[in-house]
Design a protein around this ligand. Sequence first.
Ligand SMILES: [Zn+2]
Length: 108
Amino acid sequence: MPTPKQRSRSQRRLSRVTPKGRNVVHYERRKGSFPHCALCGAELNGIKTSTHAKGRSLRTNSRKFGGVLCAGCASNVIKLASRIEQGEMRLNDISVRQKEFVLQMIAH
Ligand SMILES: [Zn+2]
């Protein structure tokens, strides 16, 4: 019987044959999924998914909305927030999904 920690499905099972010919099951931690942009769904750049990635700069970006939005979407949100603050656009002119981040930007 496997030990309790090996009954969890968060570990994947790999069947391996040892040099002596025995069939054994190896357990391996599943890899985390890659982070995606909250607006367009693109994979985020500059982020390591490895569990060995130590240090804040390896796990996220230091830019505004780093680790949440891709560079293009973050740029658009910052532009829209600026235009709304200046009175060139109204909050109702932008999409509902962008509005959430624009409001965060204006609050700061
Ligand atoms: Zn995006």
